[in-house]
Design a protein around this ligand. Structure first.
Ligand code: C2E
Ligand code: MG
Ligand code: MG
Ligand code: MG
Length: 283
């Protein structure tokens, strides 16, 4: 192993690496029981129209409230869940919880916005994904227009035939799909054009540099104008500063998500942004 590294002759004890693998093992073991033990939570981050400040949608993001390790972010456990296959069960829980929350806001008489759920490549490849989502919506009697799916650019690039079929089924049913983290994969223009999606989300790695780095700005500008030309909506991810907002406006990208507007919020915190439009059913 030390030889393969090339750079050094000796293999030193790597405490950081060991730490990681121990944590992986703990996470993998605990993850299996985490849903049953009610340790998973959803937070919701608003998507905003930067011209009006109006909330146009929400993205559901999962958090794991681990009894010993505290709150674990998805960046740490999603890869573990993907490796073990637990991701599908987890995302089914996310879908059910997010849809149930929307239903609750509706019965409170609130003006709701579509809620987006992130779907992994592994889940996307399941032959029954469309049917199981439709079953859930039917069970909850929830309008499909209130559910949106976010699928990363790279996840959409495997098994193109299957992906196109699923996306077509979803679109026909009224469920919209956004391509997440756009710009980090390598999808071709023609493939992008053949996909029945409604929206591109420009990855935070470009957005966070648009005001400081001319390449990032050029890439963002290109993505925005391309999206406009093929009729796709566009959302800028990870907007943190007023200068970024100003530049996005200049580039005619009017939808944004990021800490500048709001961090992900608990359901109660979100409720404040969803005005009650009728009070008959609230008692
Ligand atoms: P994503 O779908 O691209 O979600 C956006 C991530 O960026 C979230 O991180 C959000 O908290 C963070 N973010 C939003 N605005 C800002 C900002 O202004 N600055 C910075 N620095 N970050 C911002 P989070 O919640 O840690 O989620 C990370 C990723 O984990 C998500 O990226 C998504 O790919 C994945 N994820 C979360 N929930 C799920 C899930 O249920 N299923 C799957 N497959 N993946 C999930
Ligand atoms: Mg997302
Ligand atoms: Mg994203
Ligand atoms: Mg991203």
């Amino acid at each position: 192993n030390a030889k393969e590294n090339g750079s050094s002759q000796y293999q030193f004890y790597d405490a950081e690496r060991d730490q990681t693998s121990i944590e992986q093992i703990i996470l993998e073991n605990d993850l299996e029981l985490a849903i049953q033990a009610d340790q998973m939570r959803l937070v919701y981050q608003p998507k905003v129209d930067i011209r009006t400040g109006e909330v146009i949608g929400l993205e559901a993001l999962v958090r794991w409230q681990h009894p010993l390790l505290g709150v674990i972010s998805p960046g740490q456990f999603i890869p573990v869940a993907e490796k073990s296959g637990l991701i599908v069960g987890l995302e089914k829980w996310v879908l059910r919880t997010a849809c149930t929350q929307v239903k609750k806001w509706l019965t409170e008489g609130r003006q709701v916005r579509p809620v987006a759920v992130n779907i992994s490549q592994i889940h996307l490849m399941k032959p029954d994904i469309f049917d199981s989502i439709m079953e859930l919506l039917t069970e909850l009697a929830l309008d499909p227009e209130l559910l949106e799916l976010e699928i990363t650019e790279s996840a959409m690039m495997h098994n193109e035939e299957h992906v196109i079929r699923i996306l077509n089924d979803l679109r026909k049913a009224g469920i919209s799909v956004s391509m997440d983290d756009f710009g980090t994969g390598y999808s071709s223009l023609s493939y992008l054009h053949s996909l029945p999606i409604g929206c591109l989300k420009i990855d935070r790695s470009f957005v966070s540099n648009i005001t400081s780095d001319s390449d990032s700005r050029a890439i963002a500008e290109m993505i925005i104008s391309m999206a406009r030309q093929i009729g796709l909506a566009i959302v800028a991810e990870g907007v943190e500063t007023e200068a970024q907002v100003a530049l996005l406006k200049e580039l005619q990208c009017y939808n944004a998500q990021g800490f500048y507007y709001s961090k992900p919020l608990t359901p109660d915190e979100v409720s404040v942004h969803l005005p009650v439009i009728f009070e008959d059913e609230v008692s």
